[in-house]
Write a protein that binds this ligand. Structure first.
Ligand code: SF4
Length: 222
């Protein structure tokens, strides 16, 4: 089993509760969604076998110096069969952090015993043009027992219904919600006042909510 990988690099995590930690990023090609705001290049890449990826990262990096390996994309769960073979090779050397659009719940089920932290998106229809709330609920059901938070990218189009639905999901699965303003390049697409207003709306309904912008854009790292 091979997987197409767009890039492998060491950097600082710029999103969510593990912001600031050094991670080894492995970006998988391909995605099952097509969000309108997606600015990630993940179409081209190199084919790796689990062993060739393991050899390359252990030759170039000392895994013990990383907080975790970030499996990112695209959507890494498209490559779950590859991950079934690759992750046992690195397990125990560092933590495994999965960044996912949180729709491929059956695929997560296949590898969840190998994942330490899940960053699960709750996609808003006002941002993506698709309603994926039901898939996110099925996905979060599979995350029980894994350290999980939900990331919500929002812009000025976020609706009251989306706030309510996101809060319902947060409560149901007792996960922290991380609000992330959509970026235009290295600038937030909404004002600081708007961010405060949205945080206020959420916290009136649910206390486990934080607002964290994409810090790597301010640090000017990848
Ligand atoms: S899920 Fe993520 S990688 Fe896939 S299209 Fe949406 S923003 Fe891009």
């Amino acid at each position: 089993m091979e997987a197409k990988i767009n890039e492998i690099f060491s950097s600082i995590q710029g999103e969510g509760p593990v912001v600031g930690y050094k991670q080894l990023f492995i970006r998988f090609c391909g995605c099952n969604l097509g969000c309108s705001y997606c600015d990630t290049e993940f179409s081209t890449g190199i084919l790796y076998s689990p062993k060739s990826l393991y050899d390359e990262i252990t030759l170039k990096y000392d895994l013990s110096t990383f907080h975790s390996i970030s499996l990112t994309g695209g959507e890494p769960l498209l490559s779950y069969k590859f991950l079934q073979e690759f992750l046992p090779m690195v397990k125990g050397q560092t933590k495994i952090y999965l960044e996912t659009n949180a729709t491929m719940y059956k695929e997560l089920n296949e590898i969840k015993n190998l994942i330490d932290i899940v960053s699960a998106d709750i996609k808003l229809p006002s941002s993506t043009g698709k309603n994926t709330f039901e898939l996110h609920e099925k996905f979060l059901c599979e995350c029980k027992g894994i350290d999980t938070f939900a990331k919500i990218v929002f812009d000025e189009n976020i609706t009251e219904e989306e706030v309510e639905k996101s809060v319902q999901i947060g409560r149901k699965f007792a996960v922290e919600l991380v609000l992330q303003p959509k970026m235009n390049g290295d600038k937030m697409s909404v004002s600081s006042e708007f961010c405060s207003k949205i945080l206020e709306k959420f916290t009136k309904k649910y206390s486990k909510v934080r607002l964290i912008p994409q810090v790597h854009k301010f640090l000017d790292v990848r």
